[in-house]
Each structure stands twice: as structure tokens, then as C-alpha cells.
Design a protein around this ligand. Sequence first.
Ligand SMILES: O=C(O)c1[nH]c2ccc(F)cc2c1NC(=O)[C@H]1C[C@@H]1c1ccccc1
Length: 232
Amino acid sequence: ILGGYEARPHLRPYMASLQLDGQHVCGGFLIAEQWVLSAAHCTEGTNGKLFQVLLGAHSLTEPEPHKRLYRVRAQIAHPGSNIHNNRDDLLLLQLEEKAELNAHVKVLPFQREDRDVEADTLCEAAGWGTVTHSGRRPDKLQQVERPVISRELCNHRTRHDQTITEKMMCTDSRKKDTCKGDSGGPLVCNGVAEGVVTAGSRVCGNYKKPAIYTRIAPYATWIDGVMASAAG
Ligand SMILES: O=C(O)c1[nH]c2ccc(F)cc2c1NC(=O)[C@H]1C[C@@H]1c1ccccc1
């Protein structure tokens, strides 16, 4: 998160850190007791290794009472996701067991009504992604508030030039922005997860390249189907 600030500890009890060998790779968030939603691109370069999911954390390194690392039983990338573009950039992770819910670990509801969030709506993003242009990695969860920009502006020739589909949304990236390592985390508008930070590599903090999110509502049926079919 560029231009943001340290989150109030455990005010975002749905936040997940996707880790490999104890290292934060991407964000994610709890959408059900045994399911985390993140971004498919985050699995690139992991050559099939399964993530571990850290829940209930504020600091990535310090011991905290409700912090717990969960093994993943299954990782399901959206069938339409691919390395060449940001389309269908969603990843569902089934935890080995149901997460123990408490004040520090909670499910975040996602938007099911497929309607665009109005431009200028202030939304929030949080994550353990880079906090400087030189790539400094924070230990504690950061957050930032960003206004939604219209798809029309985001698709302008000088911005993302017609690559933003109706299943994506954008926020202004002037100075304050999401960045590498924040991918997979939720864009929360009025207390509901409306989008997932896309994990395609993009420059951060440059107003000419707005942040891109996968809208969740268009995928509600896919998400429900995967969770229902894997229900043990
Ligand atoms: O965040 C992303 O957009 C993204 N997309 C990817 C694709 C492949 C892939 F193997 C990883 C990623 C990845 N995350 C990262 O590189 C994470 C490792 C870097 C990081 C940044 C800040 C704080 C901690 C760790």
C-alpha cells in the first residue's frame, strides 16, 4: 500500500496473508469459514506449491494471540484466468479445516448484486504489500482510502486503453495506491467487498495507471458453485 497508514489492529479481521515458506506473497480475505478469496496471478511462479494462509494477524512477524497459519486443502483458480491478461483473476483457497472465528477472524460479505459502484465512491484497500517505490515491505497491515473512477475514464487511451471489462473496476492511483503484495486483497466499499486487487504486475502510485480490481458480483455463481461442490 503506497501513501497509506498502519491499520487499526484487527479492525479488518477478514484479511489473509497468503504465504510460501513463511513469506507473504499476496493478500486475500475470508469469504466463508473454510474459504479465502484471492487473485489467480499470485500462483504464478509458485510451480504448484500450495500456499499457507495466515489469519487473525496484524504483524507478519510478532506473536499475536489470535494469529494462526492454516494449511490449504485446495486452490482453485478461475478457469478463465491466464498469465497474459487480468481477466478472471480470482483464486479460491479451501482451508484444511474451518477457520476458528473470533473477534480477530471474521468473514467479510461480498457484493452479489451485479451493478457498478458509482464513480467517486470512497472505498478502502488494505494489505502487507510494498509501502515505497523502492519496494519496502511492511510488517504491519496497512490501509488506504481510494475513490472509484468510472470505467470510461479508466479505459481512456492514456490510461488502460480499453482493457477494463465490465467485470473489472478501477480506483484513482494518484500517490495513494495498492501495490505488489496487496494483490488478492479486497476493495471494501460501504462495508462490502466489491473487488479483488488484481495481481498482474502494474506500476503503482502513477495516476496514469489506475488500480484495477476484479469485480466480485459477476463471479458470485462461480464462487458459490466451487464452495458447494467441494463441501466435504
Ligand atoms: O502482488 C502481486 O501483484 C503479485 N503478483 C505475483 C505474481 C507471481 C508471484 F510469484 C508473486 C506475485 C505477487 N506478489 C509478490 O510478488 C509479492 C512477493 C512480493 C511482496 C511484495 C510486498 C510485500 C511482500 C511481498
